[in-house]
Structure formats: C-alpha cells, structure tokens
Design a binder for this molecule. Structure first.
Ligand SMILES: Nc1nc2c(ncn2[C@@H]2O[C@H](COP(=O)(O)OP(=O)(O)OP(=O)(O)O)[C@@H](O)[C@H]2O)c(=O)[nH]1
Ligand SMILES: [K+]
Ligand SMILES: [Mg+2]
Length: 352
C-alpha cells in the first residue's frame, strides 16, 4: 500500500487492500487462533460503577501509582515484569466507587501473543477508561507503540464511533450520500470496500468526514471506543523546561507516582473522562441524602435508570420524578421517566 500512490486510478485498489488487511487482522485476534481471551486469574470480578485499567511497558510505575491511589498493595520494584497478573483495587472519588486494575507490563508485539500481552489487552478492552502509563525518561515513540498494540485489536482510543449509517437493500447497487464533504475517502474506495465485504446493494450515509479505516471499523462492527489518559510518570527525573513540552501532548497528565506530584490533576481528569452522574435522592418532605449519591453513567442517566439503580423492580413502579438541579427547567420540575438527569441533581421519585 505504501508503494501505491493515491489517485483516482488507484483508489479502488487501495480500498480493496485496506479491507483485506482488516479481515486478516480480525482472523489474527480471533480467540480461535490460540492464546487469546482473559485467561485464568486475569479477568477479575468487577466492582464499583466504573473500571480504570493501567496499560504500559514494564517498570513505568503502574503499580506504584495504583498502590498510592487505592491503598491496595501491588508490588512495585525496579525489575521488569514485577506484576504478573491483574491486581484489583478500589477507591471512592466524589462519592463514586471506582475500580482500578493494575496490569502486567506489555511489550511490543503484545497483541500478537508476546508475553502476557493478549491477556492484558483482553482485560483493557473491558475497562471504562484506560490509563496509558509512560515513563518520561523513555523515548516518546513508546506512546505510538502502545497505541498500535491497542488499535490492532480493535480498541479505539479517544474516538467516537464514526457517523456512518449503512442500510442493506435487495437491489439498486451502492448509493452513497454525504452531509459533509468527504476528503479522506472517495466513491471508488467505498465501492471496493463494500465489495470486499460482499455488500452489493445498500444505501450508505456519511455524516462525518470519515476515512476508509473508519468505514471498515463500522463494517467490522466489533470495535470498542474507550477514553484514554496518557499518564506521563516520573517527572521528578526531568527539568521544568522538559515538563513544559510534555504539557503539549493531548489528553496527558504529567505526574510522579513516587513523589506523589500532580496526582490531583490526574484524578480530576479521570473523573471528567469517566462521565459519571451523581444523583442525590430526596425522600418526600425530607432533606436530600448528600452523604451517598446514586452514581449513574452518562448516556444511562434517566429517571428510569435511577430507579433501576436503586432497586431492580422500582423502574416499573414510578410515574416520574421531581427534579432539582442542572437538568430541571426550574427547581422541583416534575419529569417523566425518560428525563435525562445531570450530575448532582436532587431527585424525588414519584411512585405510581
Ligand atoms: N523516579 C521515579 N521512579 C518511579 C516513579 N514511579 C515509580 N518509580 C520506580 O519505577 C520502578 C518500577 O515501578 P513499578 O511501580 O513496579 O512499575 P510497573 O509499571 O508496575 O512495573 P511492572 O509491573 O514490572 O510492569 C520502581 O523502582 C519504582 O520505585 C516516579 O514517579 N519517579
Ligand atoms: K517493575
Ligand atoms: Mg507493576
């Protein structure tokens, strides 16, 4: 592909190659090709409302950070591969119980079965947020290597699912519409990729300036979109000038887990990326309970979701709720079960 110049005459061919490559990669990561899956002792029971997994090369300081954050002892030492399996810990941040998974270090080629890479990545796939931990004294190319390992198994970091809608039909060929100009893919590539996926009749709507990789992601369908924070550890080893440069890396937080520097900023960023919604419940004619919020996740934070979180059967027994806070038009607004709640709302459920 790198030898083929991209132009009108070659785009069909390039699209075809990209789709073929994606299909081959899928075969590589399928559990049937051996060595995949969580593996005994690797996947641990989930606790809390959200799980954060630590991914990084050996000895970058994952365990030191995890022990400091949770109080759970995860052995840290100067030799590589100190951590050999998943070590779970938990912490409560702003009233929300959060699980932290310290993972063994991975090395280049992890996704293809090197070391325990596959098991580590299989656990990472199930996390709500990934901390990519890097040692600032090591070359920055480590960041790209880790991204490549995760991308290779269908994990998409800090990306939204592409806005492409495919409706398969019985006849009529491939009809493509786009609501924005397409600068990264042309119609020949789209046709070539469709044909590789044996789609001959469909209407396809592009609602974002997607690339052929994005289009293939949608066709493959098993991609997982996870937010990631780049934790740039060991800043106690570098100068202020070097630190200034690090701040330019998007989605990153420089810290020192040994000296416990700037971990507050990291926790703050973790909180933002987890997109949790805390709801304080208020029994009728009583003060709200501010001591223990019910924690929901953005996208699953309706009045009905709140009821389900309190009790499995409660959802069917409520008419709506009285709501105070950001999501209410005025204090005490009566809302339906479908109403979407905001962080720190106060809610009184109204039973049937
Ligand atoms: N200077 C400095 N050293 C650190 C820092 N954080 C961790 N270390 C040291 O780095 C070494 C490795 O730390 P670990 O926490 O075991 O690293 P890890 O990423 O869990 O390593 P593996 O489990 O082997 O993959 C230890 O000697 C730590 O004391 C830091 O912020 N600054
Ligand atoms: K280590
Ligand atoms: Mg460790």
């Amino acid at each position: 592909m790198s030898k083929t110049q991209k132009n009108k005459a070659t785009s069909y061919h390039l699209g075809q190659l990209r789709a073929k490559l994606a299909k081959l990669k899928r075969e590589l990561i399928a559990p049937s090709s051996g060595g995949g899956g969580g593996g005994a002792g690797f996947d641990v029971a989930r606790t809390g409302i959200a799980t954060v997994g630590f991914v990084g090369f050996p000895s970058v300081g994952k365990s030191t950070l995890m022990s400091g954050m949770t109080g759970q002892d995860s052995l840290a030492a100067a030799y590589e591969f100190t951590t050999l399996t998943t070590v779970p810990g938990s912490l409560t941040y702003r009233g929300a119980p959060i699980q932290i998974l310290d993972l063994p270090g991975i090395i280049e080629g992890a996704k293809d079965g090197k070391g325990r890479g596959r098991q580590v990545i299989a656990v990472a796939r199930t996390c709500n947020l990934i901390f990519i931990v890097l040692d600032v004294c090591k070359p920055l190319k480590d960041k790209a290597l880790l991204e490549h390992e995760l991308e290779g198994v269908g994990i998409r970091l800090n990306k939204r699912p592409p806005n492409i809608y495919i409706q398969k039909k019985d006849k009529g060929g491939i009809a493509v519409t786009n609501t924005v100009p397409l600068t990264k893919i042309d119609h020949d590539e789209i046709r070539a990729i469709c044909s590789e996926y044996r789609i001959s009749n469909a209407s396809i709507a592009f609602r974002s300036d997607a690339s052929s990789e994005d289009f293939i992601d949608v066709l493959e369908g098993n991609r997982i979109y996870i937010p990631a924070i780049y934790v740039l550890n060991k800043i106690d080893q570098i100068s202020i000038q070097e630190l200034d440069l690090l701040y330019k890396i998007p989605m990153s937080v420089p810290i020192s887990s040994r000296m416990w520097l700037n971990v507050d900023e990291l926790m703050e960023k973790m909180w933002t990326e987890l997109r949790l919604v805390r709801i304080y419940t208020k029994p009728r004619k009583q003060q709200p309970d501010y001591s223990q919020p019910v924690v929901l996740r953005e996208g699953r934070a309706t009045v009905a979701d709140l009821a389900s979180a309190i009790h499995r059967d409660l959802k069917n027994n409520i008419k709506g709720a009285k709501v105070w806070g950001m999501s209410a038009k005025f204090p005490g607004q009566i809302c339906s079960p479908e109403h979407v709640l905001s962080d720190e709302d106060v809610v009184s459920l109204i039973k049937r």
